[in-house]
Design a protein around this ligand. Structure first.
Ligand SMILES: N[C@@H](CCC(=O)N[C@@H](CS)C(=O)NCC(=O)O)C(=O)O
Length: 203
C-alpha cells in the first residue's frame, strides 16, 4: 500500500495509524511547500491537489476520514467501536475535525481559497488562535480518558493528534487544556507517532 503524504499535514493521521498497526506500506512524500500537489501529474492522482491519498488495489482514495475508515475495515482492525452509538460518536468527532477544526487551521496559510484582498487574508490569519482555541475547548469537553473515549484509541484519536501537531504554530496555549495536553502526551508515546517522527513524517 502507498500513501501520498507530507509532514505538517493532516496525512499524519494516516501515517500514524499505518505505523501503529504494523501494516506494510510505503510513504510517497509530496513536496507541499514546493507546490508538487499543484502540478498536472499530481492532479492525475488527486484532482483536488491535496494529501493524503491512499493507493488501494482498486485505485486512489482521498479524504482523511474515508482513508482511516477504509484502513480500519481492511487492514487495521480494533480502532472502531462495536457499539453503534459509540461508533457514531467517533465519527461525530471526525466530521468536526474535518469540517471545522481543520478549516479553522487552513485560514492561516490557505486564506486564498476564500479571499483575495490582503486585508481579508490578514484578518483570517489573525483569527486563527481564537478559532483553534475555541475548537480545543470543545474537544477538551469531550475527552473522557487517556484517549478521547477512554483507555483505547479509536480512529478519531489519530485524526485529532494530527491536528494537535499544528496547535503551537496556530497560537494555541495548549497548557490551558489539561485533558488535551495529556492526550497529546499519550499519543506521543505510541509506537505509531514515534515511528512517524523517526521517519521524518512528523517534524
Ligand atoms: N478534506 C481533506 C483535506 C486535505 C488537505 O487539505 N490537505 C492539505 C494539507 S493539511 C493539503 O494537501 N494542502 C495542499 C494545498 O492546499 O495546496 C482531507 O481531510 O483529507
Amino acid at each position: 500500500m502507498k500513501l501520498y503524504c507530507a509532514p505538517r499535514t493532516i496525512s499524519i493521521a494516516v501515517t500514524t495509524l499505518l505505523y501503529e498497526s504494523g501494516i506494510h506500506w510505503e510513504p510517497i512524500r509530496v513536496d507541499i511547500a514546493g507546490g508538487e500537489q499543484t502540478r498536472p501529474d499530481y492532479h492525475a492522482i488527486n484532482p483536488k491537489g491535496r494529501v493524503p491519498v491512499l493507493m488501494t488495489p482498486e485505485g486512489a482514495l482521498t479524504e482523511t476520514g474515508a482513508i482511516l475508515e477504509y484502513l480500519a475495515e481492511t487492514a487495521a482492525p480494533g480502532y472502531v467501536p462495536a457499539d453503534p452509538l459509540a461508533r457514531a460518536r467517533m465519527r461525530e468527532v471526525m466530521f468536526y475535525l474535518a469540517s471545522t477544526m481543520h478549516v479553522n487551521h487552513a485560514h492561516k496559510m490557505r486564506g486564498r481559497r476564500w479571499a483575495n484582498e490582503e486585508a481579508s487574508l490578514a484578518d483570517m490569519t489573525a483569527k486563527v488562535p481564537q478559532t483553534m482555541t475555541a475548537s480545543c475547548a470543545y474537544i477538551e469537553s469531550l475527552i473522557v480518558g487517556r484517549y478521547l473515549f477512554g483507555a483505547d484509541p479509536t480512529l478519531a484519536d489519530f485524526y485529532l493528534y494530527a491536528i494537535c501537531t499544528w496547535l503551537e504554530g496556530d497560537g494555541v496555549n495548549v497548557s490551558q487544556f489539561p485533558k488535551l495536553s495529556a492526550f497529546i502526551e499519550a499519543m506521543e508515546a505510541t509506537s505509531g507517532v514515534r515511528q512517524a517522527r523517526a521517519a521524518g513524517l512528523i517534524i
